[in-house]
Design a protein around this ligand. Structure first.
Ligand code: DGL
Length: 276
């Protein structure tokens, strides 16, 4: 078993956020909005994206390496912005590292239970997230519900290509949503980093009464709670920074990221496996 690392934390140390690629920028963006004083370090594992179709072993291995890298960079808390990595690696990372670690699934599950009156909840995610049944387990821990899942493997490439509206996106959304909508769900969990970017086209095809749960929003609130509880909220010392690291192709990350992030991304650094 890997030894737990002793980690000294200071409130003005950065928050580390990681994802398989640029999708977790949706989470980073919400954290920055809610916690503007916090310094943030983002790691996008662009050499290994997509995580959604990979095995648990592989995703756990990548997640451990990234968490070690973030800890070396003195983060005070780690956010697993990726749903697939949260599903596969959250409990293992919590056992391995001493800093608080927050995944996106627990808070999304909580929010869906609060929102659902009929207790018929839909969950969309990658193959990995759906097969892990993590959302089903988390939701049922809080309140017994009927959870209907649908994996949507074509959503990630659609978003990455920027095809978030138009005929092709419409057809794909219909194909995935029709079986789910037959279950009379009143709440839909957008269980993947990329799906908040499809809210427009999803809403076009889905009755207004169905509530969307955006894990990026719910996890940002959870982080505020954890930092408050541990007295780790940053103070205004004028040294706030945002840093971006990837495992491959920083240029592409910057170009795609700029489309979806709230501000221009600069200075994306590539980290080689050996350097981590
Ligand atoms: N970040 C992944 C997730 O939220 C989606 C992209 C991927 O498959 O790597 O599950």
């Amino acid at each position: 078993m890997q030894r737990r690392k002793e980690t000294k934390v200071l409130s003005n140390n950065p928050i580390g956020i990681f994802d398989s690629g640029f999708g977790g920028l949706t989470v980073m963006s919400k954290i920055n909005k809610l916690l503007p004083l916090e310094s943030l370090i983002y790691f996008g594992d662009t050499a290994h994206i997509p995580y959604g179709s990979k095995s648990k072993n592989a995703v756990v291995r990548f997640s451990k390496e990234i968490a070690s890298f973030l800890i070396k960079n003195h983060v005070k808390l780690i956010v697993i912005a990726c749903n697939t990595a949260s599903a596969f690696a959250l409990s293992i990372l919590k056992r391995t590292f001493d800093v608080p670690i927050v995944g996106v699934i627990e808070s999304g599950a909580k929010a869906s239970v609060l929102a659902s009156k009929s207790k018929n909840i839909g969950v969309i995610g990658t193959e990995g997230t759906v097969n892990s049944e993590s959302y089903i387990n988390e939701i049922n821990k809080i309140s017994k519900s009927n959870v209907y899942q649908q994996s949507c493997p074509l959503f990630v490439p659609l978003v990455e290509e920027g095809w978030i509206s138009g005929k092709i996106a419409d057809a794909v959304v219909k194909k995935y949503m029709v079986p789910l909508l037959k279950k009379h769900i009143d709440t839909l969990v957008l269980g993947c980093t990329h799906y908040p970017l499809l809210k427009g086209i999803l809403r076009k095809n889905i009755n207004e009464k169905i509530v969307f749960i955006d894990s990026a929003e719910t996890v940002a609130q959870e982080i505020v709670n954890v930092l408050k509880q541990k007295s780790l909220l940053a103070t205004n010392d004028g040294n706030k920074f945002l840093k971006f690291y990837v495992s491959d192709n920083p240029k592409k990350f910057q170009t795609i990221g700029n489309k979806f992030f709230w501000k221009k991304i600069h200075n994306v650094k590539k980290i080689d496996m050996e350097q981590r």
